[in-house]
Design a protein around this ligand. Structure first.
Ligand code: B12
Length: 229
């Protein structure tokens, strides 16, 4: 385990690597984190993601524009590629199947990919539709895979309005599947209003929520004596 000063230095390197869109610094920082025995999850969220939070502030202050942010995202992904395989598997007792994607009109996928990563780490089966996903594809993929959950991500107020449409269609076709939404403009209030079964503000809470939801579904199926396909 890294000492506190070394740990702080590595997390700063990862954070600044994203802010300064320096892919090499992110790759180096990621490798240093692993070599120093830092928890990969911590390096991702307290290093790389903390950097992207600052990038968001720079964008709002109009100091950064889309080209810079694209390079920041590339730098984040360069570090993530190295750290992700080292996020230890967890056995939390429940493993579900999830369809996940970012809704139509929205290409933001960093948050969605972090949520997916948490599901992978917990041993869930994940069907990732990617980003800018046509709304009907969520419905079709849920029916094809008979997944327990569908997770919808949106990062823009203009794209999140697709969510209630998907929720309505899935509920009409398969009321036995649960839907969770997330992404910066969404909220628990919107989830309730749109008839989603869950909401989480970040990736680790998304996993906690998902485990509760899958547990609930399993219990319900047992009570009704329903077999999953
Ligand atoms: C990176 C970024 C981009 C990158 C995306 C790269 C990529 N591969 O994702 C690029 C440059 C492509 C981009 C483009 C645009 N962007 Co942009 N972008 C951002 C930025 C700076 C960071 C987003 C991010 O990755 N955050 C880090 C991750 C880790 O956080 P997160 O996404 O919130 O995810 C966490 C939670 O929300 C949650 N979560 C996420 N999904 C889900 C799903 C479920 C089911 C659950 C439970 C939880 C969950 O868990 C995640 C991890 O903990 C934000 C600013 C901000 N403050 O958010 C703007 C922002 C989202 N973008 C914005 C805009 C306007 C645009 C553009 C229209 C700009 C333009 N003029 O072209 C385009 C849109 C293109 C499109 N059609 O989608 C606005 C949206 C405003 C709004 N409210 O509608 C923001 C908020 C900036 C701003 N303040 O104006 N952007």
């Amino acid at each position: 385990m890294a000492d506190e000063a070394k740990k702080k230095e590595i997390l700063e390197k990862l954070k600044n690597g994203v802010i300064q869109y320096d892919e090499d610094a992110c790759k180096e920082g990621a490798q240093e984190a692993l070599d120093a025995g830092l928890d990969a999850n911590e390096a991702i969220f307290d290093g790389l993601v903390a950097g992207m939070e600052e990038v968001g502030r720079l964008f709002e202050a109009q100091e950064y524009f889309v080209p810079e942010i694209l390079m920041c995202a590339d730098a984040l992904y360069a570090g993530l590629d190295i750290l992700k395989p080292h996020c230890g598997q967890m056995d939390l007792g429940i493993k579900g199947a999830v369809v996940i994607g970012t809704v139509e009109g929205d290409v933001h996928d960093i948050g969605k990919n972090l949520v997916k990563m948490m599901f992978d780490v917990a041993g869930f089966t994940v069907y990732d539709l990617g980003r800018d996903v046509p709304l009907d594809n969520f419905v079709e993929e849920q029916l094809r895979t008979d997944s327990d959950l569908v997770c919808l991500s949106a990062m823009m107020t203009t794209s999140m309005i697709g969510m209630p449409k998907v929720i309505e269609k899935i509920k009409a076709k398969n009321p036995n599947c649960m839907i969770m939404i997330g992404g910066a403009p969404t909220s628990k209030e919107l989830a309730d209003k749109w008839g989603a079964d869950g909401y989480a503000e970040d990736a680790s809470n998304a996993l906690k929520e998902a485990i509760k939801m899958v547990g609930f579904l399993r219990k319900l199926r047992e009570e009704k004596g329903v077999q999953k396909k």
